[in-house]
Structures are given as structure tokens and as C-alpha cells.
Design a protein. Sequence first.
Length: 584
Amino acid sequence: MLNHLLSALNDYVLAFNRNEGNYVFISANIYDLTGYNSDTFSNNPNRWQQIADPRDNEQVISFFRKITAENNPALIYRIVTRQGKVKWVNEKRSLFTDEATGHEILLSIIKEIPRETETKYDRDASITGYSIMFDHNPNPMWIFDMQTLRILKINEAAIKTYEYTEEEFLGMTIRELHPASDFDDFDDFFSDNATDTAFNDIHQVGVWRHVNKSGKIIYAQITGDNIIYKDHDARIIVANNITETIRWQEEVKKREQFLSSLIDSQTNFLIRIDMNGLFTFVNKQFLKAFGYRNDDIIGRHFGITCIPEEMHLCENAFYACINNPGKVINLAHKKLDKNSKPHDTEWELIAVTNENDEVTEIQGIGQDVTDKKDAQKEIIATKISLEALINNTEDLIWSIDRKYRYAYMNQAYKNTILAQSGKIPEKGDDTFGHGVYDDKTLASWRNYYKRAFNGERYIITYESINPATNEITYNEINFNPIYNADGEVTGLGCFARDISDYISTNKAILDQNERLRNIASISSHELRRPVATMLGLINVIDFENFQNPENKEAIGHLLAVGNEIDDVIRLIVDNSFTSNRSNI
């Protein structure tokens, strides 16, 4: 290690033992550079890292992290002395193994860069060949030292754009113009390109993110050229501020992404067809529904998805669009999926024109209505079945709206009103307009309907005269409110059933029960008396001496009682048959 130290006696030297974590050599003159004596470094192995300027600390750590036995990097950066003074230093680090101990030794050879050498220049001096271009350029420009990266000169456009004063700029490096998150990218780029011959000429280095004093991000298109400025190997930079362009591009990209997302999220089909009838675009919903891949469709004729029997429908719609640009053309046809399964589809097509009013393409929006049509068919079939059931009954069924207009009537109801009024009622007719009822009856019916419109569900028995037979008929009528989704009564459903036979049968049963009660009364009263007399006469008959003259008198009385019983029986029989005959 001694040989290495001796070669650097005129510089500042630090030797650090990585294995033991301490300094094994510190130059005695380290105080002249830092204001700290050697004991300070011995007692604090992190002292050198701590005196690095905070603005350069990350760069120092990142740069020297790459050191290996084969790689001995050097870096120019700033330190802050104990007295608070900022100094620029050039440090070269190397790593080797101590032959005596086998420990890894990190050797730092540090040189101070004299301030007069680094920063002494005439700020107002013009740059030969660049004066007008530099000072009055509307784009930010600066000159920086290739070794220290320090900014040596700045123009007014840069001051205005980045908001730093000229004095602040001249105390900064170009690295500090970048946001901290981009430091690694900057270090890698500068390390890889600083010695590149192409970098020594006018060279565009792409778009970089800068940050101004207030923290606003600036996107700058950087173009540079190497120059000699005040004995410095320097580079002059033009930073074209393209922030608005970048933001506009990002907005366009976001809008395109939004539109793409919107198109792909559509449940409808979206297509575009060129003037040759070839697909130029289909959205994901189209591909998903019909089982195609994009490559299966794009560039193919629209006939690929049409069934042969309906190809003419698609062609007619295609030419109708071309002949009527701007007009929406409707098309309903069956479209085949990849497995040749037909789908019922409905489309709205429109021809798009250019600035010369020439049709350039056909755009369409469609939907698969197979399930809808199947549901409609099922609804129609159900409706037909219900109509058959409703119209195959003698019960009267009708409904009305809140204005007392017919909404529905079955055939039995229509036939009844026809028989009563001579006119078949129609949907929308006034319920009270057929002229069948008198004012009193109409008032009764209006009251019935009002009760149901108030939400009451009830049943009445309605008595009327059959105009054909002039007989009394009886109907049982149900009144049922019809509600909408908001719970409001919007109409009534009414059902009327003829219960005349039921009423007659019920009345006959009641009459018969009354006759039976009369018969029972006759039996219990009219028969009981002669039967009691008969029983009494039987008791007085002398059965031992049948020739007893008193027996003859008793038998005569028995005969009279028997005739009386016979008369009562005849009365019961007559009542029964009379009642039966009246019900035949």
C-alpha cells in the first residue's frame, strides 16, 4: 500500500479498510481541504460522505457504487467545508487487496479544482460565432463544462423558462436541471456518451424531462455542440421547450385510448366498410359475438357474414348508402357466425364523405336481436294462447283506463254489447257510450269503477234483464285495480260470470227445503193426533172376547181414524208432487 500512498503525497489521500470499516491512512493536509483534522475522519468513517454537497450526494453514491478492481472511476463534484465553503474536487477511487492482510482497501486520491481555474470568466463577454444566436435565441440555451457539468453561461430565455436567476444557474450543474427520479438515467447516458465521437459534434440527444425552480416539469428537446469556452472543454445546448406539444400528444393519446376503450366496451356492433365492400374495422363486440378474429374479417368482403338467401338485402343497403350519403339506411338480415350459425341482426348504416363530398366509406352500428326476436315470438305465441283461452269462455272480460275508455275486451263481452246495443265496441270507445243503460244505471256503474280506481278490489252480484228473453239474469262481477311500476292505479280489469243458473238452483233448493219443513210440520202435527187416537182405541178393544159389542164401536172409530190418516198422507203426497211439478 505504501507505493500507492507515496505516489499521491502532493494530493489529498484517504485509504479505507472495507473489511474492518476504518481508515488506515489519512493525509495530514486533509484539514487544508475540508477544515476537519485527520482525527475527525478516524472517529467517523462516514465523514467524507457527509461533507459531499447535498446537491451531489446521490450522484456520488451512485457513481462510486460501480467501483471494482478493474474499474477505477473518477468524478468531479462539490464538497462543503467545516466553515460552510463550497469547493469543487476531482476524486479518483481505486480498489485493491492489501498483500499483507488480504483486506480490500478503497483508495481515494482527491484534487481540489482551483476556483480561478474553474469559474473565472467574463460573464458579459460574447461567444465568438454564437453571440446573436445565444443571447437573443427564443429557446433556452446554456454552456456547461464537460468535466464538472457546471453551467458556465445562460441566456435570458433559460432564465425566463426555468425561473432561476443567472447567479443561481451559475452555481448549478446540468444534472440539477433534471428531476431526482431521472438522475440515474442522466448519469448512465452521460457516462456512456461523454466520450462518444458523435457526442463531440452537433448532436440531438432526445427529449428530456427538466424541472424549473417552482417544480414544474418541462419537456425539452436537447441539441448540443462541443465548444471551447474560456479554456473550458464545454458544450453549448439548445433546449427546445416542447412541453405543450408533449402534453397535447398525451391528451391525444388519452383521447384515443378513451375512444378505443369506449368502442371496445360497446355492446353494439361497430363496423366500417370501404368502397369495395371490404371490412376496414370491426369492434371487439362484433368479433366476440360471431367468433371471428380480426384477421378473419379485415380486408374481407362483407358477404363473408351474409347468408346467400339474404345477400341481396346487404347489397341493396350498401348501394342505398352510396347513393344517399348522410342518410341512415336500416338493414335487418341474418348474419352468419364463424360456425355458420345464423344470427338475427339489425343495422343502421350511413355513408361518410370527404371534403369533396365523395363517399369514402360506410359506417354501421348494429345489434344481435336473435334473443329479442325469439322472445317476441314467445310473447306472440303466449298472447295467442291467452287470447284463445280468454275468447273461449262465456265469461265477460274487459279492461278500461282512467278515462273510462275500453283498453281490452274479449269476444264474449263484444257479443254481449252487440246484442244489447247493436254495435260492436272498439278499443278506445267510451265505456258509457253504447247507450244501453239509463242514467241511474250509468251512475251505479260509474260508482263501481270509482271504487276500484281508489284501489278497492271487490265482487258484486249484478241483476239485469236479458233483452232477448226478457228474463232476469244474474252476473257475478269482479273489479280489480291495475297498477303501474310506481304503484299508481292506471286502469281496471273486470270479469263478469253469469250465475243465473246458480241463483235458480239455489232458490229451488231453498224452496224445497221450505216444503220439506212444511211436510215435517204436517207430519209432526196432523199425523200425531189420529195416530194417538188409533193407539188409544186399540187399547180398549177386547181381544179376549172379540164378540164384545163394544169392539164393534171401537173398530168403527178405528176406520174413521184410518180415513183421517189417509187424508193427511194424501195431503203430504199432493204437496210433494205439486212442488216437484212446479220445478219441472
